[in-house]
Design a protein around this ligand. Structure first.
Ligand SMILES: Nc1ncnc2c1ncn2[C@@H]1O[C@H](COP(=O)(O)OS(=O)(=O)O)[C@@H](OP(=O)(O)O)[C@H]1O
Length: 288
């Protein structure tokens, strides 16, 4: 019997023991993205889609829209977009176009207490992505994502990661559970770029105008270039650096611990500098 029929509904990641997860992945990896997403809609708890409207996420969004229409429902999977405050204008324009095309409203989360880049820079300094990239990642992606998941009570999330994007993603399964217990579904895990692009064109899916200029994977404007080669679509992200991930798909607790340690160190340096600039007066013993 396929595992899909032996599991009625998953209540939380506690239902997904390593054995169950393994069997489910064996089954899910034989399915097409639409079948995987339909399975997820029917089986996973509190399912959302988190997307930067990369080409992969757009395929999932379009598939969800088609399932929604076929089932005569309201858009079946609510959306999360993390506005880092450093997106290209074309990306923000795509958010608006997708809202119109699919009659949906994104749940948008920004870095805490910052409405725009100016406020972010007043609070955290200029060019933080250069001076302290992991603090930057934590502030613009990791913390807002966690705030979104907690605030919206997200238990499962669809992501746009694929194996053919290489790096840490070379072996990602369709279904996984992260260190916080969040269930992650990667419905296009087994598709390559050509399959994604063919779907986008064939289904007239709206996409980021920068793709027509040669961009492939699109993140913040300050760290996104066109890829160096056609067969490494994410090579334009943080090019020249070792980094290949923004942190939101890495271990949350480790990211938070590193952020807290960096914050403490900065505070100690600030205090030491203040003391050096303003030494305490030396007490002089009185002779009377
Ligand atoms: N800003 C933002 N908001 C919401 N969700 C986001 C965001 N950035 C990344 N993601 C999620 O991660 C998927 C992979 O994104 P990328 O390949 O761009 O890499 S990275 O996460 O930025 O390192 C990405 O896939 P897509 O849906 O194709 O965009 C999302 O599932």
């Amino acid at each position: 019997m396929p595992v899909s029929t032996s599991i009625s509904r998953i209540e939380s990641s506690a239902d997904l023991s390593p054995e169950v997860l393994k069997k489910l992945n064996e089954h899910l990896s034989t399915l097409e993205p639409r079948e995987i997403i339909e399975w997820a809609i029917d089986h996973l708890p509190n399912l959302f889609q988190t997307t930067a409207l990369g080409l992969t996420g757009l395929v999932s969004l379009d598939i969800i829209n088609k399932i929604t229409i076929d089932r005569d429902e309201q858009h079946l999977v609510p959306l999360i977009f993390l506005d880092t405050l450093y997106h290209f204008d074309e990306t923000l324009d795509l958010v608006r176009r997708c809202e119109e095309t699919y009659d949906v409203k994104f749940n948008i989360f920004k870095p805490i207490d910052c409405a725009n880049a100016k406020e972010f820079e007043t609070e955290h300094g200029e060019h933080l992505w250069e001076s302290d990239e992991s603090t930057y990642d934590y502030l613009v992606k990791v913390e807002p994502a966690q705030r979104a998941y907690e605030g919206l009570q997200v238990k499962s999330v669809i992501t746009g990661r694929r194996r053919s994007q290489k790096g840490d993603r070379g072996e990602i399964p369709v279904l996984e559970v992260d260190s916080t217990g969040l269930i992650k579904l990667n419905p296009l895990a087994f598709w390559d770029f050509k399959q994604v692009w063919t779907y986008i064109r064939a289904n007239e899916v709206p996409y980021n105008g920068l793709v027509d200029q040669g961009y492939r994977s699109i993140g913040d404007w300050h760290s996104t270039k066109k890829p160096a080669s056609e067969d490494d679509e994410r090579s334009g992200r943080w090019s020249g650096k070792e980094k290949t991930e923004c942190g939101m798909h890495q271990d949350y607790f480790k990211m938070r611990a590193a952020f807290m340690a960096a914050k403490k160190k900065k505070e100690q340096q600030r205090q030491a500098a203040a003391t050096a600039a303003n030494p305490a007066p030396i007490a002089v013993a009185s002779s009377s």
